[in-house]
Design a protein around this ligand. Structure first.
Ligand SMILES: C[S@@+](CC[C@H](N)C(=O)[O-])C[C@H]1O[C@@H](n2cnc3c(N)ncnc32)[C@H](O)[C@@H]1O
Length: 246
C-alpha cells in the first residue's frame, strides 16, 4: 500500500480510510488506554493523514504525529494547522523530549517486515519514551488471518472526494514468504460514466504476526507486556498490544 501514501494518492487514502475506519471509535479506544495508565502526552507513529490526530489535538492530551511519508505529513498539517507533526522513520526517529506514551494504529506494524527492523523500531520507541512509558499498537493476527487468505481474499473499497469517485480492488494471498508475510495487490480506479480509468497498481508485501512473536520481541527490547486486546477491525483479525517500558 506504500504508493497510496504519496504523490497525490494520500488524498484518495484519506477519503477511503474514513469509509472503513471509525476514527471516533479509534480515538475512544486509544485515549482510554492512555488515560487508564495516567499518561498525559502521546506520540502517534504512522499518523497518516491526521484523522486520529484531529481528536487528540482537541483533547487534553498533548499530541505529536510522526510519519515516513512527507506527503502524509503535509496533508496532516493542512487538516490540523494547530497540530505538531514530524517527518521520521520508526526505526531511527529522535524526539526533542521523551513522551509518556506511543501508539501505532491502523496496522502500521505490518510494514515491519524483518526481525532486524522490528528490533530497531522497538529500540527507537524505547529511547523516546519516559520511564514506565506506555507502548500500544495493533497487528494483524497471523494465527487467524493467514488461514482466512489461504485460498486468496478479495476486498473492495470506494470513496469520493472533490467531485470524483474512486475504488480499490485488493487481493491478498497466502504464500511461501518468510515470517507470515503475504502479498497484497491492489488496483486503483477512478469511476466514470463509462469504463473506470485505472490509476495505479500497488504490489506490497506486508506481515502478520503471532502473539508469541510479539511477546519475545517486547521482552528482548526491555518492554513488559501488559495485555493483548482482541479487536475486531474491517478486513483483518487484529490484536492490540499494551506494553510498558522497563
Ligand atoms: C496503514 S497507514 C495507517 C495510518 C493511520 N495510522 C491511520 O489509521 O489512518 C500506515 C502509515 O504508516 C506510515 N509508515 C510506513 N512505514 C513507516 C515507517 N517506517 N516509519 C513511520 N511511518 C511509517 C505510512 O506512511 C502510512 O501513513
Amino acid at each position: 500500500m506504500q504508493s497510496l501514501y504519496s504523490n497525490g494518492f494520500e488524498k484518495i487514502y484519506d477519503a477511503m480510510y474514513q469509509t472503513f475506519i471509525d476514527y471516533d471509535d479509534e480515538f475512544d479506544f486509544y485515549s482510554n488506554i492512555i488515560k487508564k495508565h495516567h499518561k498525559k502526552n502521546v506520540l502517534e507513529i504512522g499518523c497518516g493523514t491526521g484523522n486520529l490526530a484531529k481528536h487528540f489535538i482537541n483533547s487534553n492530551l498533548e499530541y505529536v504525529g510522526l510519519d515516513l511519508s512527507e506527503d502524509m505529513i503535509n496533508l496532516s498539517k493542512l487538516k490540523n494547522p494547530s497540530g505538531m507533526f514530524i517527518h521520521g522513520d520508526i526505526t531511527t526517529y529522535a524526539l526533542k523530549k521523551p513522551l509518556e506514551a506511543t501508539i501505532i494504529t491502523g496496522r502500521t506494524s505490518s510494514y515491519l517486515l524483518r526481525n532486524k527492523t522490528i528490533h530497531s523500531a522497538l529500540k527507537s520507541i524505547h529511547n523516546n519514551l519516559t520511564t514506565d512509558g506506555l507502548l500500544c499498537f495493533d497487528f494483524i493476527d497471523a494465527s487467524r488471518f493467514i488461514k482466512s487468505i489461504k485460498e486468496g481474499k478479495k476486498v473492495y473499497h470506494e470513496a469520493c472526494f472533490e467531485n470524483n469517485c474512486y475504488f480499490r480492488e485488493s487481493y491478498m494471498k497466502n504464500n511461501d514468504l518468510d515470517n507470515f508475510m503475504f502479498n497484497w495487490d491492489a488496483i486503483y480506479y477512478q469511476k466514470t460514466n463509462s469504463d473506470p480509468i485505472k490509476l495505479t497498481e500497488d504490489k506490497s508485501v506486508v506481515r502478520a504476526f503471532t502473539k508469541n512473536e510479539w511477546e519475545l520481541f517486547l521482552y528482548l527490547n526491555d518492554f513488559t507486556l501488559l495485555e493483548f486486546i482482541d479487536r475486531k477491525s474491517y478486513a483483518f483479525d487484529t490484536y492490540v498490544v499494551v506494553a510498558k517500558k522497563n
